[in-house]
Design a protein around this ligand. Structure first.
Ligand code: ZN
Ligand code: ZN
Length: 305
């Protein structure tokens, strides 16, 4: 069988970038020369990106990154695809490569971070009944899939996580904490925050869920559902051992990993909806949203008197 012609790359590196604006300009030119699409964030603290392109383009890009001393250490997570998974290219300079918003308390994960666990170490540690498995992602990501037994912080944005920790401190105090995210980048800083806050046994999954699914030993075992990704795929499979669907269609409650946005524009709520229900409910998350649009349409077609 032929290999799919496109690749999707996911990567990050905490490294000192003296002039993020200038780096962005040069990096955008590099991406454009290879016709890559995707989203890249550059800050003084490093680079965080995900791009798609042809196999040849992605290989040339990885080679270019590895031959630059600044990014020689970078690790790429690679998926095969049939086409691009991004509609455009965005390369932006920001104050952080992931926004935890610690302000003056901000830290460098190269100095302060949790203990890294390889996928196979993580698989073993998960079995410890005294360990707390803490998801560092947003609630809607958790709902598509997560590690068995993980805690779901009810946050819609990574910036809200420090406040959530303060509110749930007593639950975590003195415990072995195992924290994880999609590709590992959010945990680098978040676990550093936990260490800074005085938690003593803080561990993070190296390479995140994505690497855990690709690791030949872990093979995604005991991860339920899919992994939420920020591109057109929305979800990718992880578990090749004991997979299970944990998300359910909002309308009929059958297992479904289809995440869609509500057709009523002011709502736009991301919700699970199976294919038959999408036909019946016309991609509305609820009857109220459907009726709201019918009213808007009616008032638009009524003649002015
Ligand atoms: Zn349904
Ligand atoms: Zn709605």
């Amino acid at each position: 069988m032929e290999h799919p012609p496109y690749l999707v790359l996911l990567y990050y590196l905490y490294t000192d970038i003296a002039n993020p604006e200038q780096y962005c300009e040069e990096h955008r030119a590099l991406c454009e020369s290879h016709e890559l699409l995707g989203r890249i964030i550059v800050a003084k603290e490093g680079i965080n990106g995900t791009v798609s392109g042809t196999r040849e383009a992605c290989e040339a890009y990885m080679k270019a990154m590895h031959s630059d001393p600044l990014t020689a250490e970078i690790t790429f997570k690679v998926d095969e695809e049939q086409s691009h998974v991004f509609p455009k290219l965005s390369v932006k300079a920001r104050s952080e490569i992931v926004t935890l918003g610690l302000g003056s308390e901000d830290l460098s994960p190269n100095v302060t971070t949790g203990h890294h666990l390889t996928p196979s170490e993580w698989k073993e540690q998960m079995k410890d009944p005294d360990a707390i498995i803490l998801d560092a992602r947003n609630d809607y990501e958790f709902d598509l899939g997560h590690f068995k037994g993980a805690i779901r912080p009810d946050i819609g944005n990574f910036k809200e996580l420090p406040d959530w920790i303060q509110e749930h401190r007593s639950q975590l105090e003195g415990k072995k904490i195992l924290t994880y995210c999609t590709g590992g980048i959010r945990c680098e800083k978040f676990s550093g925050y936990l260490v800074q806050e005085g938690f003593e046994n803080v561990n993070q999954l190296l390479g995140g869920i994505v690497e855990y699914g690709k690791d030949p030993e872990a093979r995604g075992e005991n991860y339920d559902g899919e992994c939420y990704v920020f591109d057109q795929r929305i979800g990718v499979p992880v578990n090749h051992v004991n997979p299970k669907t944990v998300s359910r269609c909002k309308h009929c409650n059958t297992g479904s990993t289809r995440y869609v946005n509500c057709a009523h524009a002011p709502c736009n709520a991301q919700h699970f909806c199976c294919e038959p229900c999408q036909k019946n409910y016309k991609r509305y998350c609820c009857i109220e949203c459907q009726e709201a649009d019918i009213q808007i349409q009616n008032s638009a077609t009524q003649p002015n008197i």
